[in-house]
Design a protein around this ligand. Structure first.
Ligand code: ATP
Ligand code: ZN
Length: 210
């Protein structure tokens, strides 16, 4: 039996479950339970917070998992990635108040930037030779400028409508993300074979969608 960790409830949940179902894997779906077992494939599903998924897979509590690359790379776990899944596409972007006369990235020197992704942001700023003060906050990043907590933010964007409704404009793209399948590095031979079967089905689903 292989154990997969997916997000319990959030922007990855629906498409993660959809992919598993499209692979022909059936299970009784109860959002109230922490785990369910497939009725026709040796797979057990664990429902977790997305941030916990890389750690659980690295530790072997779950064998494989589905998580956004943004979270995976922020947690320094990119070595666990097996396959890009093509859904939950989004980007991590820098945004400033829309009235700002922003010219280029050097405008952020010495500024306060709020984000939930300090490592990805720091890597980007270092690459660009910019020194700013990074304030790590866990949620509601987009309101930080309007309450005077920061001059700029670095947050997940897909359509950009959240930025606009908070009076912000996107000025730099820091990181492009999508959902990825990750796997523990020391799977048993039996589990590895189940993973191979699962990957075979995932590839078939991906081909059918092209
Ligand atoms: P949890 O409660 O599990 O910690 P969360 O609030 O941290 O959830 P979500 O907002 O559900 O996370 O986002 C999960 C992942 O989905 C993000 O890490 C990102 O990879 C992707 N994502 C976030 N926002 C969007 C979006 N607007 N469009 C597409 N994908 C997104
Ligand atoms: Zn999360």
């Amino acid at each position: 039996m292989l154990r997969i960790a997916i997000q319990k409830s959030g922007r990855l949940s629906e498409d993660s479950l959809k992919l598993i179902k499209e692979c022909g894997i059936s299970f009784i779906n109860s959002s109230l339970k922490l785990k369910t077992e497939s009725t026709n494939f040796p797979l057990e599903i664990l429902y977790l917070r997305d941030d916990d998924i890389p750690g659980y897979v690295a530790d072997g509590v779950a064998d494989i998992g589905i998580v956004g690359e943004n979270v995976l790379v922020e947690e320094g776990m990119q070595h666990l990635a097996v396959e890009q899944l093509g859904f939950s596409k989004c980007r991590l972007s820098l945004a400033v108040p829309k009235g700002d006369n922003y010219q280029d990235i050097s405008d952020l020197n010495g500024k306060n930037i709020a984000t939930s992704y300090p490592k990805l942001l720091q890597a980007y700023l270092s690459e660009k030779g910019v020194e700013a003060h990074i304030h790590t906050i866990s949620g509601s990043v987009e309101i930080a400028p309007s309450i005077g907590l920061a001059d700029a933010i670095c947050d997940i964007v897909s359509s950009g409508s959240t930025l606009i409704s908070n009076g912000l404009k996107e000025v730099e793209r820091v990181f492009k993300s999508q959902a990825v399948l990750i796997a523990n590095k020391e799977l048993s031979e039996e589990k590895r074979q189940i993973l191979e079967k699962l990957l075979f089905r995932i590839h078939a689903v991906q081909r059918a969608q092209r």
